[in-house]
Design a protein around this ligand. Structure first.
Ligand SMILES: Cc1cc2nc3c(=O)[nH]c(=O)nc-3n(C[C@H](O)[C@H](O)[C@H](O)COP(=O)(O)OP(=O)(O)OC[C@H]3O[C@@H](n4cnc5c(N)ncnc54)[C@H](O)[C@@H]3O)c2cc1C
Length: 266
């Protein structure tokens, strides 16, 4: 790894000031992506600003029909939270399905959302539930947040402080895992929310996307059968060493049906 300066931030304001004082800084959360990228010299920041000591960024609150999760809350903490399991069981299951125990104990929701890996799980939950990303200076709706492969609406140095999920009437998440990393080859989050149906897909395309035809069909009948004939075009989907675009398109419909069954408790 190259030489860099390590800074431990004491608050969000301190992290913002430290970021502004550097020409080439990166924020550090659980390090599960950033440290690996630095080891491979894909990323070589001069200054690394660690958010790990900021207590206000950790924790889970359920109030006013929302589950709000601090950015530095680990996947393991979300997976093990009784409050999340009661309010949005699909979200607890999603967190429990991420990677392996080390990744879950180090990786954070803020890091996952900021990174926007095309195969990450959390973007499906944010888009599938119509969540809000709360940052150091504004609130961004999930539908506007994920803008492309590894791209988000965040400005340089803008810090995610929390993600707020409205509690749905019912929801389910199913993914077809890459057997080695457990990243999603395809993951589908379905939810019946107070403002309608949402179906969000991760792993299949460059970034998370919603499927209007499935949302309409579930609005008429919230059953797996309602999605049976709905095919997703493969044109814009990913082909890589793991799967072709056509195979991913097929998996979207299968995973969406299974997610509905999970939401129905089947
Ligand atoms: C072996 C392995 C398997 C994995 N499997 C899965 C999987 O199955 N599903 C899945 O979804 N993910 C998976 N991951 C990814 C993992 O879950 C982490 O979520 C991810 O690495 C990023 O989170 P982090 O906290 O480690 O962030 P870091 O690596 O510390 O940071 C990632 C990026 O986000 C930025 N950042 C971090 N926090 C903030 C913030 N609060 N505000 C603004 N920017 C911020 C950083 O500057 C950096 O650019 C896997 C990772 C590994 C190594």
């Amino acid at each position: 790894m190259h030489a860099f300066n390590y800074h431990k931030a004491s608050s969000v304001a301190d992290a913002t000031a430290k970021f502004a004082a550097s020409d080439d800084a990166r924020l550090l959360a659980g390090g599960q992506t950033l440290i690996a990228a630095m080891k491979m010299r894909l990323s070589a920041p001069a200054d690394v600003i660690d958010l790990g000591g900021i207590a206000e960024l950790r924790g889970i609150k359920v109030e006013g029909g929302n589950v709000t999760i601090g950015a530095m809350t680990t996947h393991a903490a979300v997976a093990d939270s009784k409050e999340v399991a009661i309010a949005i069981p699909a979200l607890a299951l999603l967190a429990a399905s991420i990677g392996d125990p080390m990744v879950r104990n180090m990786g954070t929701i803020g890091g996952s959302v900021a990174n926007n890996d095309p195969a990450a799980d959390y973007p499906a939950a944010l888009a599938g539930l119509g969540a809000t990303v709360i940052t150091s200076n504004r609130k961004i709706a999930a539908d506007q947040f994920f803008t492309g492969m590894y791209e988000t609406a965040l400005d340089p140095g803008e810090i995610i402080t929390a993600v707020s999920f409205p509690v749905p009437k019912r929801a389910g998440y199913m993914k077809f895992k890459n057997p080695a990393s457990r990243y999603a080859m395809v993951g589908v989050f379905v939810a019946e929310t107070t403002s309608g149906m949402r179906v969000a897909v991760t792993g299949a395309g460059p970034s998370v996307f919603r499927i209007a035809a499935m949302e309409k069909a579930l609005g008429k009948s919230f059953t797996a059968d309602a999605l049976k004939g709905i095919k997703v075009p493969s044109d814009d989907l990913n082909t890589d060493i793991h799967a072709t675009a056509e195979y991913r398109a097929h998996l979207v419909t299968v995973m969406a049906q299974r997610a509905v069954e999970q939401a129905l408790g089947k």
